[in-house]
Write a protein that binds this ligand. Structure first.
Ligand code: DGL
Length: 296
């Protein structure tokens, strides 16, 4: 039976969900986290629903049985679209948070009423996304662009040097794919008729923010889901009485732990060196947090 001291499970097809873990750590620094990157089987975006649902099921079982997680954050839009309803019915007592492209928050910030949405083919052609778009039809002009290969290129780019701020779009696969897809979508900017808001409907894409920013210019807002998802996870845990409350000092404040490494285990079904590079680059976490595992 999971308890407040049990870890929160987080998973993605690969390293993209680390963007969500970053927000979870900022919101709940006293929790323990077990993150699983299914990098041996990434990308999910072009695999089809049956495959992604089977992986989601296997990973949920693994995290419940081996790590006794108290809640699960599916930090992957593609897995959420393909399988969240099945996970909900197979694990009715597990607090569960999924992700979907943040279209509603985008409506709240767009001034031109033109919104771009990028994501994987799996997410953007799913019934779940179709329903969301139907519900919001007429509230803005949406340009929806599946970005085949982009999540995969971002995974591979982890081992490459970080581009200098302000440098031109890189000639890497990531830069070239961003350029191709954004170009196909039309004009970005803040003038009437231009897209002033871009929804990042895949957790990998925030790690290509540099390349995307260079293409759309400074005035376009990026909308991603890390923070709202972290708040939702907090609410669910609180409602279930499963929040980990740190021991308090006499003054009623949690004890300060300057420089303490957060309690995070990072697991991957793929090469551990890639996860180590991503953890260090994006979360400033040491390689000692990372480990390779098999989840058949
Ligand atoms: N990061 C994932 C998402 O949010 C999936 C990327 C992929 O594996 O294609 O959809």
């Amino acid at each position: 039976m999971p308890q407040a001291s049990s870890p929160i499970g987080v998973f993605d097809s690969g390293v993209g969900g680390l963007s969500v873990l970053r927000a979870l750590l900022a919101t709940m620094p006293h929790e323990r986290f077990v993150y699983l990157a299914d990098s041996a089987n990434a990308p999910y975006g072009e695999r089809g629903d049956a495959y992604v649902a089977a992986r989601t099921h296997a990973i949920t079982q693994y995290l419940c049985e081996q790590h006794h997680i108290k809640a699960l954050v599916v930090a992957c839009n593609t897995a959420t679209a393909a399988a969240i309803h099945e996970v909900r019915s197979s694990h009715p007592n597990l607090p569960l948070v999924g992700l979907e492209p943040a279209i509603k928050p985008a409506l709240a910030v767009t001034k031109t009423g033109h919104v771009g949405v990028i994501g994987t083919r799996g997410t953007l052609t799913s019934a779940k996304f179709g329903k969301l778009m139907t519900a919001l039809a007429g509230q803005a002009h949406f340009v929806v662009q599946p970005c085949d290969g982009l999540a995969h290129a971002i995974e591979r780019s982890v081992a490459q040097p970080v581009p200098a701020p302000g440098s031109a779009v890189s000639s890497t696969d990531t830069g070239a794919l961003c350029e191709r897809y954004l170009h196909a979508m039309g004009a970005f900017g803040t003038a009437p008729g231009q897209m002033d808001t871009l929804v990042l409907g895949c957790t990998h894409y925030i790690f290509a923010a540099h390349e995307l920013r260079a293409l759309v210019g400074p005035g376009v807002q990026f909308i991603e889901t890390g923070e709202p998802v972290a708040r939702q996870a907090w609410r669910l845990l609180e409602a279930a009485g499963l929040l980990h409350v740190p021991e308090h000092t006499d003054h009623g404040k949690p004890p300060a732990q300057p420089g303490a490494t957060p309690s995070v285990q990072l697991l991957t079904t793929g090469p551990v060196a890639m996860l180590e590079a991503a953890a260090q680059r994006w979360l400033d976490l040491p390689a000692s947090c990372c480990q390779s595992v098999q989840v058949p």
